[in-house]
Design a binder for this molecule. Structure first.
Ligand code: BDP
Length: 653
């Protein structure tokens, strides 16, 4: 009973968000039209970057306003041409695409037609046939607008979609940045300015995720929230459906297993579904059948005087729990140790644009490596990636774009208000993913500054109120004794680069310094710790023995030194290790970077460096140990007893 009451409380909190942002899915009531491909594109190169607005480029075809080029969507625009001024462009760029909308969508005024942008970096304004339909701040989360009503006003018009996107970052954006105007005319030409940032990845821009149109009936399922638990072998799915466009509707909610068989159903808009003989959602390498997903089908029937309509939406649901003690992280009440990676959305040519071959390759590499988890450093990743995580059992620490908050002016009210709004959007989008087990609200902020205390107290409290079912953290690199936010987090996540940024070349100091780091943080806060970043740059193919910095041998030895300490501490309170980084990635140019950050254990083209094999051996060993320790020390249920020896599904590939 207590469990059920808790589920109710948790769900009500999540429902504080009143509009939904369900991932667009086809169903018997919803059609979908992808607008990926070539768009017309024009950068506004006027001195104040404002000509597009002054001359209202959205009012006519973009090609009529001046020269346009082909631009693929989704993709960053930066690396598509040979033009360095477009690669480094700061300001508004304009995209346009004319679409033929099925006549049916227009004539049937019982339909909503929604235009959705998966993400565009950083600020976007959207027009349809010259009429502004929405604008959105933030480069990594979706936004949408209903455009059916507009299209119906003049059914003879084509549907011309114009999207202006601005990548400028200022003190109150997330991530923050500053624009610096260089006024010394003896050194810089007139109008010269640069974008400064405090983060270590290229500020790729453009329309990064799919753009599409989809339909729903006028009365539609606006949002679904699920919170799950289990008692013995009964799963509990507390759900809530929010409906828009009608006040009287009948609902049928059906939970189906992965074979499509109905397990339990209800005709209430909210409630608790009991799932007998539950198949829990397990992480990769923790169970022979990881990533088990049920489907929650919601059927909404609305009737008005003249007609009846039905909306159908099906949400994948994984049943699992997450808990934290002062020394451990639990998934389904079993200790979970993060052995994984930090990633970036980054690749040759497409920059941060969603790319299916890359996504699938990365999942294959993570599974080859024996990684059970990753952190979405340093911003929310595409929903398509989280769906893969759900299906493959890859555990995710879901991070906001709060990276590089170093300037004291970025801790003020305007910044905090925006950061809270971003957390609202992030939790609304990702709350139902079983793979997401923790929220990270920021990376390496200047947590020693006095305003950080109030900032993080408010931010973390807010995030917990949005979602009491998941722990909240931020990633720190600051000194434990000066960190103002650590008292509020559930898990301490620490980045450190011993023998790299400190004591370069001295790998022998790693064990002592890392031991001190762990003891200090644990001693002060008594919370479990994840080593959320560690690593070393390697120019692939460079060799030297004895190892020197930037060689493959050096990266290997840095990792081995760290691992020796992880092995002592993971028996105590260290609950995870995430290598920096999964793959090499692009950064801004600077004397610290040789064509980008080279701390990948894979190259940017996803070929392994020597250290990848060290990590692979370790991760598979850890996976084997985890299962054995579950069997032996936890006295686990039937699932594990089936494997007195290393289960075959866990043996090394
Ligand atoms: C860490 C940052 C990460 C950088 C990394 C590095 O969190 O974004 O890329 O350092 O310098 O402090 O390689």
């Amino acid at each position: 009973m207590l469990r059920v009451l808790w589920l109710f409380a948790a769900l009500d909190a999540v429902l504080l968000l009143d509009t939904g942002m369900l991932f667009p899915r086809e169903s018997s009531s919803r059609e979908l039209k992808e607008l990926n491909g070539l768009w017309a594109f024009r950068a506004d190169r006027s001195p104040n970057r404002n000509q597009g607005f002054e001359s209202a480029w959205y009012k006519s075809r973009l090609a009529e306003t001046g020269p346009v080029i082909d631009m693929p969507v989704p993709a960053s625009y930066n690396d598509i041409t040979q033009d360095p001024t477009l690669r480094d462009f700061i300001g508004w760029v304009w995209y346009e695409r004319e679409v033929t909308v099925p006549t049916r969508w227009i004539t049937d005024d019982g339909l909503r037609v929604v235009l959705r942008v998966g993400s565009a970096h950083y600020y976007s304004v959207v027009w349809v046939n010259g009429v502004k339909v929405t604008e959105h701040e933030g480069g990594h989360l979706p936004f949408e607008a209903e455009i059916g009503t507009l299209l119906r006003k003049d059914p003879t018009m084509p549907c011309r979609i114009t999207i202006a996107v601005n990548n400028t970052l200022d003190l109150h954006t997330l991530p923050p940045g500053t624009i610096l105007y260089m006024t010394d005319r003896t050194r810089y030409p007139a109008g010269f300015f640069v974008q400064n940032t405090n983060f270590d990845f290229f500020n790729y821009a453009g329309i990064h995720r799919p753009v599409l149109l989809y339909t729903t009936p006028k009365a539609y399922v606006d949002d679904i929230t699920v919170v799950t638990d289990f008692l013995d072998d009964t799963g509990l799915v507390r759900y809530g459906v929010s409906v828009k466009g009608t006040t009287s509707a009948a609902m049928k909610v059906t939970l189906m297993d992965n074979g499509g068989h109905c397990v339990v159903s209800s005709n209430q808009a909210s409630g608790v579904l009991k799932v007998p003989n539950v198949n829990l959602w397990w992480p990769y390498l923790m169970h022979e059948n990881p990533g088990y997903l049920y489907s929650l089908e919601v059927r909404l029937k609305a009737t008005d005087e003249s007609s009846t309509s039905e909306d159908v939406y099906t949400l994948p649901v994984g049943i699992r729990t997450v808990n934290v003690s002062s020394t451990q992280f639990f998934i389904n009440n079993k200790p979970f140790y993060f052995h994984g990676v930090n990633k970036h959305e980054d690749a040759d040519i497409r920059g941060k644009g969603l790319d299916w071959p890359l996504i699938v390759k990365d999942f294959n590499l993570m599974k080859w490596l024996g990684a059970n988890s990753f952190r979405t450093s340093h911003y929310p990743y595409a929903e398509e990636i989280l769906q893969m995580c759900d299906r493959h059992g890859i555990v995710v620490i879901d991070e906001s774009p709060g990276v590089g908050i170093k300037d004291i002016r970025s801790f003020g009210n305007a910044s905090l208000t925006h950061h809270l709004a971003v957390m609202d959007e992030l939790v609304r989008r990702d709350k139902n993913h079983p793979s997401v087990v923790m929220w990270s609200v920021a990376n390496e902020p200047a947590a020693e500054m006095p305003p950080a205390e109030n900032y993080f107290k408010t931010l973390i409290k807010h995030t917990k109120a949005l979602d009491p079912t998941r722990p909240v953290t931020y990633i720190t690199d600051s000194n434990f004794s000066r960190d103002k936010g650590a008292p509020f987090v559930d898990v301490i996540c620490v980045n450190s680069y011993f023998s790299w940024y400190h004591d370069p070349g001295h790998v022998e100091v790693i064990p002592l310094q890392l031991n001190t780091q762990f003891e200090d943080w644990y001693g002060k806060y008594k919370k479990p710790i994840i080593q959320s970043e560690y690593g070393a740059d390697v120019v692939p193919g460079l060799h030297n023995d004895p190892p020197v910095m930037f060689t493959e041998e050096y990266q290997k030895v840095v990792l081995q030194q760290y691992h020796s300490v992880f092995d002592q501490k993971r028996k105590k309170y260290v609950i995870g290790e995430l290598i920096w980084n999964f793959a090499d990635f692009m950064t801004t140019q600077g004397i610290m970077r040789v064509v980008g950050n080279k701390k990948g254990i894979f190259t940017r083209q996803r070929q392994p460096k020597a250290a990848a094999f060290i990590l692979k051996e370790r991760y598979w060993r850890l996976a084997n140990e985890t299962v054995h320790s579950n069997v032996v020390t936890q006295g686990l249920s039937t699932v594990h007893i089936r494997w007195p020896q290393t289960p075959t599904w866990l043996s090394q590939v």
